[in-house]
Design a binder for this molecule. Structure first.
Ligand code: ZN
Length: 495
């Protein structure tokens, strides 16, 4: 028997096999059972999620000798004809290549002739949104008052492009993306049917990569099967398709978390040497940091993360919070957009990687704004100035920051961040004291951690373009310092 691609071989034959579209299947079955047959149906939804299959099943159910039946028998001549795609009375038209009004006129003439066999003559028009305006107008009259034996089934991936006049004359069904778990189950069935074994993680990867389309999943599955020699593993997929597997991504992020720039560069070198394209590596890294952000936010579902939570390094999850993980994602997504225009993708990747190395020291603009507000509060309360550490200062600082937090969307979204943010709110206080102490010591040692020296590299490390940068803190501290030295509030320096 000739080789048949999995997508064709496993095309659903009845409504029960229509994976991920339970609502559509149940509604259609019910209307067949009760005999409420519409003149025109409109199936909309993303590609590869079962619209054409559902149209064929519906055609079979309507034309079956035992029909209209909610479950077509699959053995009568009409059923077999549709399964072979050879029926004279089930006409499939691709809207994309038959967009003109002439094609529709032809249909208008044809519908005058009853079906050669069976009860219904069915037109399935795929990608119906591609029809021209005049074609739609010509079609309109036909679907308004068709002969009783004519049924139209339209399918479209772009519902918004279908004129409202057509939509209002059709029974509409919205198809959804098939859940990853469901696709994985379909792939597992395909494996067992063909005697192939597969790692769970590998099937998950294929299912996730297909983004809700069963057809995409089967196509990718066939490709993977072709080099897998009967056993599908994620390591082999990563190797053959030039992807960064989880191991190398973990290695990369661990080096980053340890501020080990040399380790990060050697990791990139290893990845590119093994045949992973820089663009692909950036894409995989972006996904990876995004998954960690989700984990940090409490997501544990494997189908969303792509891997079990336990496969991600706990060390890094401990070290980075959602603000910094979101920033990493942003950095990588921006890079992914830009990298295709880059003269040297590798250099861009390495530059981004060096920024990721300093991720734990990065301060977000809202955090910085809050810190500056804290200083402002201190400035406005002269009695607090002499002793930055005293309890009053701390309290007024905390109060000001509490207000700032209430106004800040970031702070309210993540309760786990509270502890960290309290830290950062008070840290300006500590920074100031440290800065003062360093100044008193008169230390000129560059390696000494002083505010001006750490503040600049932090923002430089992330290449922030936001107006509020760490040098602002330094400026604030200078003003703060000035007012203490003068012992009086200088109006020109107030905020
Ligand atoms: Zn039948």
């Amino acid at each position: 028997m000739a080789y048949e691609v999995t997508a064709t071989r496993r095309r659903p034959k009845n409504f029960d096999e229509l994976a991920g579209q339970e609502f559509v299947a149940a509604t259609l079955k019910n209307s067949l059972k009760t005999g409420h047959i519409a003149h025109a149906y409109l199936f909309s939804g993303p590609r590869g999620c079962g619209k054409t299959s559902a149209a064929r099943i519906l055609a079979k159910a309507l034309r079956c000798e035992k029909g209209p039946a909610e479950n077509p028998c699959g053995v009568c001549p009409q059923c077999l004809e549709i399964a072979r795609g050879a029926g004279m009375d089930v006409i499939e038209i691709d809207g994309a290549s038959n967009t003109g009004v002439n094609h529709i006129r032809q249909i208008k003439e044809e519908v005058m002739f009853p079906p050669g066999s069976g009860k219904y003559k069915i037109y399935i028009i795929d990608e119906v949104h591609m029809l021209s305006d005049s074609a739609f107008n010509a079609l309109l009259k036909t679907i308004e008052e068709p002969p009783p034996y004519i049924i139209f089934i339209f399918a479209t991936t772009e519902l918004q492009k279908v004129p409202a006049t057509i939509k209002s004359r059709c029974q509409q069904f919205n198809f959804r993306l098939i859940p990853t778990e469901t696709i994985k189950a379909l792939l597992a069935q395909a494996c067992s049917e063909t005697g192939i074994t597969a790692e769970d993680e590998a099937l998950f990867w294929i299912a996730r990569e297909s983004t809700g389309s069963a057809r995409d999943a089967y196509t990718l599955f066939d490709q993977v099967v072709s080099f897998s020699k009967g056993h599908i593993t994620s390591a082999l997929i990563a190797e053959k398709l030039g992807l960064a597997g989880l191991d190398i991504l973990n290695e990369f992020s661990e080096a980053c978390a340890a501020n080990d720039l040399a380790g990060v560069f050697s990791c990139i070198d290893k990845a590119l040497e093994s045949g992973i394209a820089a663009e692909q590596f950036v894409e995989d890294l972006a996904d990876y940091y995004h998954s960690m952000l989700l984990i940090k936010a409490g997501v544990t579902k494997e189908s969303i993360l792509g891997y079990p939570v336990s496969r991600f390094p706990a060390k890094i999850l401990e070290k980075l919070d959602t603000i910094r993980l979101a920033h990493a994602g942003e950095l990588l997504y921006n890079l992914h957009r830009d990298i295709r225009y880059s003269v040297s993708p590798r250099y861009e990747l390495e530059t981004a990687a060096s920024k990721l190395c300093w991720l734990d020291r990065w301060v977000s603009p809202p955090e910085l704004t809050e810190a500056i507000r804290g200083v402002q509060t201190l400035l406005e309360n002269p009695e607090n100035r002499q002793t930055g550490e005293n309890e009053n200062a701390r309290r007024s600082l905390a109060a000001a920051n509490h207000e700032a937090a209430a106004n800040s969307a970031e702070s309210s979204t993540d309760v786990h961040e509270d502890a960290n943010q309290d830290e950062s709110r008070l840290s300006i206080n500590r920074l100031y004291n440290q800065w003062q102490a360093d100044k008193k010591k008169g230390s000129n040692d560059e390696s000494e951690i002083t505010v001006p020296n750490t503040a600049v590299p932090q923002s430089a490390a992330v290449g922030s373009v936001d107006p509020v940068k760490n040098p602002a803190v330094e400026a604030v501290l200078r003003i703060f310092d000035g007012t203490i030295v003068n012992g009086e509030k200088n109006e020109h320096q107030s905020f």
